[in-house]
Write a protein that binds this ligand. Structure first.
Ligand code: ATP
Ligand code: MG
Length: 367
């Protein structure tokens, strides 16, 4: 049998450890079910807990091993009580994002039957969109975290919004490929460029490159929206959107807004993809308020595992990983549909273990 894809597994802190275990157990079961080669894990110690023990935020050589694997899976990192001496949070994963240029941040937002719904309109039940957020430049490029803020005494602070052709072209190409893949699954796939091109030269540039790439993809329907109008539309008629592509900070804000329309933090999956590798993680943090209580909803991590398998199918050419990904998506959908998935997060009776077991039961054993 072919050797399986190599996963750098960083469980991290708090509930990250439990949901990462759950997600990888489900991913492995899905691989077994469809006859895909078993995933091979290279576990890397990192996070606030590791820092408290060792004074380092990731084990020596860990960053390199993460980049060498076919993909990185991360639970969650950081604990409010454990920080660097200067007060900043323990965040080795942000270095991974920079080091490996993980420019394409993907946040699917999907409504599941029997899961909480903020919007009363029945059309919200069909909500199924993806926010694609550039994740290495934009306004975050010069933020304090990168030490590039310009502070003029106590009088002024300047931070620069940076849009490069190289990254923006890659992002938009990624967006159009995503649209093609969605269409191949029989889904609607209109691609909307979200910007503020009427005010900022940088944003006009972002849109110009979008148009250049769009010319090569006449089969994909495109649209445009200013970010302020998009915020309004995400609340008024989100079911009309399929894929939204945008600059880093706009994506930071709108992905939380969109995530808030459906489910809770425990449903928000996330992928960050670059040229060499991809990092997959639930969008939530380590949630120290509920850690160790079997309360965390593992579905965000489990769905991130499905995103990882889809990525692995393309990267390794092992098509069975794509089927494993579909099996997980299907199991979650079916579980909600039949009301067999009732996470405590939404007032249900099922903790981390019970939700995981239900997804495993739905996936079944190889026939
Ligand atoms: P970060 O700074 O890493 O984003 P945070 O402190 O902003 O972390 P989270 O750790 O994401 O926030 O938690 C925010 C809230 O959502 C907490 O009250 C937490 O209990 C809840 N929460 C987060 N993830 C889950 C989950 N998987 N299941 C249930 N509740 C969750
Ligand atoms: Mg947060």
């Amino acid at each position: 049998m072919m050797s399986g894809a190599r996963i750098a597994l960083i469980k991290g802190d708090g509930i990250g450890i439990d949901v990462a275990d759950a997600a990888m157990q489900v991913a492995q079961a899905a691989c077994r079910q469809v006859g895909a080669p078993a995933l091979q894990f290279d576990e890397i110690s990192a996070g606030a807990g590791y820092f408290a023990e060792t004074g380092q935020d990731i084990e020596p050589g860990g960053e390199e091993r993460a980049g060498d694997a076919d993909a990185i899976f991360l639970g969650a990192i950081g604990l409010p009580a454990i920080r660097h001496a200067d007060g900043t949070e323990i965040s080795p994963h942000l270095r991974l994002r920079d080091r490996y240029g993980l420019y394409a941040g993907m946040r699917p937002v999907k409504a599941y039957p029997n899961a909480p719904q903020r919007l009363a309109d029945p059309r919200a039940a069909g909500l199924d969109l993806v926010i694609l957020r550039e994740s290495t430049e934009g306004l975050f490029y010069s933020a304090a975290a990168h030490g590039r803020s310009v502070v003029v005494g106590d009088e002024e602070v300047r931070e620069t919004l940076r849009i490069t052709r190289a990254t923006t072209e890659k992002l938009h190409k990624f967006a159009f490929r995503l649209a093609e893949k969605r269409r191949a699954r029989g889904k609607r796939a209109r691609l909307t460029c979200v910007d503020k091109a009427n005010v900022f030269t940088s944003m006009a540039f972002f849109r110009k490159i979008f148009d250049e790439v769009a010319k090569e993809h006449p089969e994909t329907e495109v649209g445009y929206n200013y970010v302020d109008a998009q915020a309004l539309d995400l609340v008024r008629r989100p079911w009309e959107f399929d894929i939204l592509v945008m600059e880093n900070m706009f994506g930071d804000i709108l992905s939380d807004l969109a995530g808030g329309l459906v489910g809770g933090m425990g449903m928000a999956a996330c992928a960050e993809i670059g040229d060499q590798t991809g990092l997959f993680q639930p969008a939530h943090g380590s949630a120290p308020d509920i850690m160790g209580q079997d309360k965390a909803n593992p579905l965000a991590a489990i769905l991130s595992g499905a995103l990882m398998l889809e990525y692995l199918a393309e990267k390794t050419g092992i098509v069975a990983y794509g089927r494993a990904s579909d099996v997980i998506d299907w199991a979650v959908e079916e579980g909600f549909d039949a009301n067999r998935l009732r996470p405590k997060e939404f007032g249900g009776d099922m903790g981390t273990r019970a939700v995981t077991d239900e997804v495993l039961a739905q996936i079944g054993s190889p026939s």
